[in-house]
Design a protein around this ligand. Structure first.
Ligand code: COA
Length: 183
């Protein structure tokens, strides 16, 4: 795959739908080097949705499945610098509400074309919608997967998208957050 094969992405060609049983066939063709992200999609995504654990949005581009993102609720425990930051603002809660990106993956053949960025914008819009119309939501959280291959190390991607490191490495992942309120 070429490293930067940017093509103009027309929003009319994108369809975003929550996963359902009718998608089973197209999931098989989804290609990612990260085997855990493929097995989650095939084995767990729909079941987790039925159990109300996470909601998985499938992304189709020109009718081909090119990515998915799974969302669930979360919170951030305020510790260290974050605790100090909020204390200075008289926010003394032990934790604050968040929307978590459980999984996010772009099909190998569609990486570095801008879809990951669009997916993060989609998540930010969902978090804003929740925060403005349903329930408080201050952060987006996720555990960025590390990879020895730099092009697959998602920490650089999330930093590029404005996420910050929450704390150090946890079993091959780095907890990160995005603050939805800009002072
Ligand atoms: C990480 C991932 C989601 C990025 O999606 P993508 O569609 O390839 O990213 P985009 O093309 O939208 O890139 C957005 C920006 O991030 C940069 N970027 C993307 N991946 C990067 C990487 N590994 N290292 C450095 N920068 C990266 C792009 O260069 C681009 O920068 P720009 O603003 O200068 O143009 C995708 O590569 C992927 O699915 N990887 C495997 C699964 C994974 O690790 N998921 C995250 C687990 S939580």
């Amino acid at each position: 795959m070429s490293k930067t094969s940017k093509i103009p992405i027309h929003s009319d060609d994108i369809e975003i739908v929550p996963i359902n049983y009718k998608h089973n066939e197209c999931l098989i063709d989804f290609k990612t080097e990260i085997t855990e992200l493929k097995s989650f999609l095939i084995e767990d995504a729909l079941d987790n949705q039925k159990q109300k654990i996470s909601l998985t949005f499938l992304w189709f581009y020109k009718d081909q499945l090119i990515g998915y993102v799974s969302l669930l609720n979360d919170k951030i425990n305020l510790e260290g610098n974050l605790k100090t930051y909020f204390k200075e603002k008289d926010v003394l809660y032990k934790s604050l509400p968040a929307l978590k990106v459980g999984r996010l993956c772009v099909h190998d053949s569609f990486r570095r074309m801008g879809f990951g960025r669009l997916m993060v914008i989609f998540v930010i819009q969902k978090a804003e919608l929740i925060g403005n119309t349903i329930a408080g939501c201050r952060f987006i959280t996720l555990d960025a997967k590390r990879n020895v291959k730099k092009e697959l190390d998602s920490i650089y991607f999330y930093k590029r998208m404005g996420f910050k490191v929450l704390k150090g490495r946890k079993k091959g992942t780095i907890p990160m957050y995005f603050d939805l309120k800009i002072d």
